[in-house]
Design a binder for this molecule. Sequence first.
Ligand SMILES: [Zn+2]
Length: 351
Amino acid sequence: MKIEISRGVGGIKYVKIVEKCRLQDPRAGFSIKEYVIERRRDPLTGKWCRINVERALRERKVEEKEIEETVKKVFDEYVPTCPFCSSRIENTTPKFEEGDRIYHGKVIIMPNLYPFAETHAIGVIDPDRHVIDVSDVCDYIVDIIEGSITYFRRLGFRYRYHYINMNFLFPAGSSIPHAHIQIFATEYPSVYHEDILRRSVRYYDKYCRNMMVDYLLSEIQNSSRLIIASEDTVTFAAFCPRSYNEVHILHMYEHDVLSLDKRGVDSLAEPICRVLKGFRNILLQRTFNFAILSTSRKKHSKHFRIMVRLCTRKEPVPYYTNDIGFIELLHEEPVIITYPEDTAKKLRHGT
Ligand SMILES: [Zn+2]
């Protein structure tokens, strides 16, 4: 076991533990095979992941045709009853208690019929388009962000933590294939968000610096995980991913989506679109999750920046092996099969 620590800007530390596992490999006449496993600590949350890229070799190779057929079947089977299609949406989806829904461009926001929060809404994407592909989601990102901001404003000042999220197709946790987003606002941060804020408050007390700004500056400086830096945002592969091909987009200046004007929304939407197009066109993925985290608490201008997390999930085929097993679910240590530096290299060259 070897511990590798490298330093970023301010107090940002990247910690890796490199372990080796040796065994006699039946695929090579029982000769000695050595695996390298990296454990990495997330500089933002302090949590760990494991990376063994050779586990990718055990993945079932799925033909493109099989994936195409499954995805088509999933969409087709849902057509006759899809509550989000334009012929049904008015009568089959709920309204807010005020008696309305929010219409913004091609996105319609309404309460979630099965909420997990006091303020849990969904945003149906384009009722006229039952079937869309990963890269087509890009057509709606601006409407998604602006519609969600309208919803958050309507909720008032009580809810100061805001989340815009998406599960795309069943391996990503979506129960209805027609594309839709999940939005909620809370009085207290989500667990992941709280992990960051707790550490960032301590970091500010110690260094008098914003931990997230130091983190994004470190990623610009390091450059091996950097995908693209624009005037307002930095996009990079996460040093310690929680899921496959996890990419982070951080806003350099704003901690609150409610403070974004039209240009600000565009500048956040642009890198999201680039990553989604990269997921589909370069990494050939068909299913993903994303989450946008934001807070309107003024004091968090010292501790937080708007953050977008995006990741891919398993191929949508029958009997696929889930990407969450005992180690991820019960030990909270995700096992990842690609190096973030490789994900970044591919996405950087294609964007
Ligand atoms: Zn539909």
